[in-house]
Design a protein around this ligand. Structure first.
Ligand SMILES: Cc1ncc(COP(=O)(O)O)c(C=O)c1O
Length: 396
């Protein structure tokens, strides 16, 4: 048998190797490590009995139809209910059910980008978006964000200087990784820039329902029809069902459906019906999401308290209004958070260094802490271990 060599891989596959940080994060899966790296929903909040009941109900009602192939766009009733929940300009015709919102990112990259095309992302941004974009070999241009999301003033300057993106990607509510929410003014500004410079805005919103306080701003698509909105059942129901969605202008929904047909024909029929069944039960959804919000809200506070107690001035962090993440910044400029992760894993605690969330990896001082999966006692212990790691050498 001939030895298969690395050279047989496509150029894209060869350039898509795992990063050092990702390799290091594998170490965080050891049982003694208190991991704030994951970004997983709390297992206590996954609705096992509701999904068991919905499965029985769907199979009784639909029989084999629940197990059959279905339309690429998704189950019609689910597209209707998703469009209604999204509101505003969202229509069932422009709504496509995807295999998680991760697939929506992949499909958008396929239908919008040729190699070398420019995509703007906030820096830092969701790692999975960078991975999905990478396969189309675009040129990624980062625009810094702050506690109000992407700095649209900086974007406007870059556009005025000649930057011509085809696509711009932002996480609008309680962003992964920073926990920041895009302000109302910046949403309007982004929409105006998309109109002026003719690019597509992808507004990704997996966390919007997980709001601890404050009021929700309208989505960017309120002010422009050059916007695609992504959503998912992953954070409110179950990530393992792999049901997400996008709503797009009709001219863009059509090629997305064609690309999806090639990718996976359609999202799992039974899973779509399960999500439809649960989303249709509005009183149950209200109670269920309120329970998740209360649970995460108290864990977020607990992590913030523990960081203050154990790390004091050594770390500055945000107090997110929702979502799953606290974003921290080590104040000692000589501490590099990639090196800190090594020391942290030795102490039995893990986080994701900020460099993982940048296309240029140029960040030494920040870290993302996910508060959803550890209880109060574990969060306190995790912060204490992190403080020990921060006093160790070498972390520079
Ligand atoms: C910002 C963001 N977008 C998309 C996803 C993908 O979610 P899913 O494919 O489970 O819908 C995630 C997952 O963590 C995320 O944080």
């Amino acid at each position: 048998m001939l030895a298969v060599t690395f050279d047989i891989l496509s150029e894209r596959a060869r350039s898509a190797r795992s990063s050092a940080v990702r390799d290091l994060l594998r170490l965080t899966e050891q049982p003694h490590v208190l991991s704030m790296a994951g970004g997983l929903p709390a297992s206590e909040m996954l609705p096992v009995s509701a999904i068991r009941a919905a499965s029985a109900e769907v199979l009784d009602r639909l029989g084999p139809a629940a197990l059959q192939y279905g339309p690429t766009e998704g189950v019609a009733a689910l597209r209707h209910i998703v469009a209604a929940r999204l509101g505003g300009s969202a229509t069932p015709e422009g709504t496509v059910i995807t295999t998680g919102s991760q697939q929506a990112l992949d499909l958008l990259a396929r239908v919008l980008l040729d190699p070398g095309d420019v995509v703007v992302t906030e820096t830092p941004t969701y790692l999975g978006a960078l991975s999905a974009l990478h396969w189309q070999r675009p040129r990624i241009e980062g625009v810094e964000g702050d506690h109000d999301g992407m700095r649209t003033d900086l974007l406007a300057d870059r556009l005025a200087e000649g930057l011509r993106p085809k696509m711009l990607y932002v996480v609008t509510e309680f962003a992964n990784p920073t926990g920041a929410t895009l302000s109302l003014e910046r949403r309007q500004h982004l929409a105006a820039l998309a109109e002026q410079y003719n690019f597509v805005v992808v507004e990704d919103d997996p966390y919007g329902a997980l709001r601890f306080r404050g009021v929700r701003h309208p989505p960017i698509r309120t002010w422009s029809d050059r916007v695609v909105t992504l959503g998912t059942a992953s954070k409110i129901l179950s990530p393992g069902l792999r049901v997400g969605w996008l709503t797009a202008p009709h001219w863009l929904a059509r090629p997305i459906v064609i690309a999806k047909q090639a990718a996976d024909l359609h999202t799992a029929t039974l899973n779509q019906h399960l999500v439809l069944s649960l989303l249709s039960d509005e009183p149950w959804m209200k109670t269920h999401v309120a329970a998740i919000v209360a649970f995460y809200g108290s864990r977020a506070e607990c992590l913030q308290r523990s960081l203050t107690v154990h790390l004091g001035d050594a770390v500055e962090f945000n107090a997110p209004d929702g979502g799953m993440f606290v974003w921290g910044h080590m104040t000692d400029p000589s501490i590099r958070t990639e090196a800190l992760l090594n020391a942290a894993v030795e102490q039995g605690v893990a986080f994701v260094p900020g460099s993982a969330f940048r296309h240029d990896a140029l960040d030494n001082s920040t870290l993302r802490l996910c508060f959803t999966t550890l209880n109060a006692e574990q969060l306190n212990e995790a912060a204490s271990r992190l403080a020990k790691a921060a006093t160790q050498t070498p972390i520079r």
